[in-house]
Design a protein around this ligand. Structure first.
Ligand code: IFM
Length: 481
């Protein structure tokens, strides 16, 4: 999609808003570790990410999330921003170590009070909630992290306590966010916390997160929560770099590793069969207890799809590049991520390919058919090098992020087109779309170098400045009929 003029963008927003189905939820998303800060307040425990950021060389700009965007002290301002944005729903995450500093035991009063205050403010502003229980901040006290089966059991207990405490006031619950990223970046490639480089031996971490998901679904239901329950998986359609057999085989392998290992057991009740020749790599999943799979495939009220970009795979070892940072372990694999010069790129270097959001929805519909519950796009967005400019006449601050508007417009349009266009995805009941992210924030291994927000944050004094994309999304929201 070519860049639009400001007037074309407004026209597109009005048209798109008018085409959204009745009841379609528009929202904005964040996660606790990326925005809260206050990591040493209220007796909060340490997470694996707190520990990881103290290791030299782990974070691109050497930063920590100790203050992040200072959301912990600015919830009133941030809820007002959400209200003025005109979205229906806010997706945020509970910080497990703020609520259970050691990953077990009674919920800590200071943590509960913080989230009660946030929920009171959201309710007063008329904003519904989608709350994630695990967005990567594993309590560091849980030895072995997700490599240990016990962490799944502790997570189930956490979910039960949270369901009992907050079950009457959360609109929708997400159990686990992007177990694929935690497994691949955190346990296979060492780009994310805890920094393990186990390659294919990381797969137990996938299974334990999925088991934790299933146990937490059961625990939330046992606690009698009123809101719907789902999981969030990040999907990236995979294409082979060429028509060669080797590229096709590694593309199929990567599709399993990134997409199907995390969606098939949840929606079909079994892990995917490994591609021919790669059986030994998946032995950890072949040996799992069938009773675990029954837990993992507990029926869900919705499925959360995060989509950012597709992946092109080529046979042969390549460089150390991953979408989230550089990894020596990546360079040791017999395949690599191939460049995609025909697409423009985000600030992170990710290809901007909205048509592949349609592909992701098609794949969901084709692979899971009637077993797929209603779908929410729970994250979609892009980082760009945004800067605050002062209007020469009024002195008002502005952030002109037209590239983000074009990205969001093309992706939301592609999603709506895919589910209404008569293709396979027409069978999907698409219920909503959340922009990643409400605020510029601390982007994991990339630190403060990537800005994804609808709202610019000055990382020195935490001043918030709504960007042009914020006004654009508000216009989409207002244009709904
Ligand atoms: O910032 C992350 C988020 O925490 C999980 N999904 C992808 C986003 C962009 O990298």
């Amino acid at each position: 999609m070519p860049a639009m003029s400001p007037e074309e963008r407004r026209e597109f927003a009005r048209d798109l808003g008018g085409r959204l189905p009745a009841g379609f939820v528009l929202g904005a998303a964040t996660s606790a570790f990326q925005i809260e800060g206050a990591t040493h307040e209220g007796g909060r425990g340490e997470s694996v990410w707190d520990a990881f950021t103290t290791q030299p060389g782990r974070i691109l700009d050497g930063s920590t999330a100790d203050r992040a965007t200072d959301h912990f002290h600015r919830t009133t301002e941030d809820v007002a921003l959400l209200h003025d944005l005109g979205v229906d729903s806010y997706r945020f995450s509970f910080a497990w170590p703020r609520l259970q500093p050691e990953g077990k035991g009674a919920l800590r009063a200071s943590g509960v009070e913080f989230y009660e205050r946030l929920l009171d403010q959201l309710a007063a502003a008329g904003i519904d909630t989608m709350a994630t229980l695990f967005h990567w901040d594993t309590p560091n006290e849980l030895r072995g992290g997700w490599f240990a089966r016990d962490t799944a059991l502790r997570f189930g207990d956490f979910a039960h306590a949270m369901g009992e405490r907050f079950g009457d006031r959360i609109g929708r619950w997400v159990t686990v966010n992007e177990p694929a990223t935690v497994t691949l970046d955190g346990y296979a490639l060492g780009v994310h916390a805890p920094g393990a480089t186990r390659l294919f031996n990381s797969l137990p971490a996938a299974h334990h997160q999925l088991l934790g998901h299933g146990l937490s679904v059961q625990a939330l239901r046992a606690a009698g929560v009123q809101g719907g329950i789902g999981i969030v998986n990040v999907h990236s359609p995979v294409v082979p770099a060429t028509g060669s057999e080797a590229d096709a085989a590694f593309a199929e392998l990567f599709d399993l590793l990134h997409n199907r290992v995390f969606a098939d057991p949840v929606l079909l009740g079994h892990y995917p069969a490994p591609p021919e020749g790669f059986e030994a790599l998946f032995s950890a999943l072949a040996e799992v207890d069938p009773a675990d799979l029954a837990v993992i495939s507990e029926k869900l009220d919705f499925y959360g799809l995060n989509y950012y970009a597709p992946t092109k795979i080529a046979a042969g070892s390549g460089g150390s590049a991953t979408p989230d940072g550089s990894s020596d372990a990546m360079a040791s694999l017999p395949f690599h991520l191939a460049p995609w010069p025909e697409f423009p790129r985000t600030g992170f270097g990710w290809p901007i390919a909205p048509e592949f959001l349609g592909t992701a929805l098609d794949e969901l519909a084709t692979r899971y058919g009637s077993l797929l519950p209603p779908v929410f796009i729970t994250e979609n967005g892009a980082s760009f090098a945004d800067a605050v400019e002062l209007d020469p006449e009024t002195g008002e601050p502005h952030v002109h992020d037209g590239s983000r508007i074009d990205y969001l417009a093309a992706h939301l349009d592609a999603a709506v087109g895919a589910v209404t266009g008569g293709g396979p995805a027409s069978a999907i009941s698409l219920r909503g779309y959340y922009v990643w992210s409400l605020l510029d924030n601390w982007e994991w291994a990339a630190g403060f170098t990537q800005r994804f927000g609808l709202v610019h944050v000055d990382f020195d004094d935490f001043t918030r400045t709504p960007k042009d994309s914020y006004a654009w999304l508000r216009l989409v929201a207002e244009s709904r009929t």
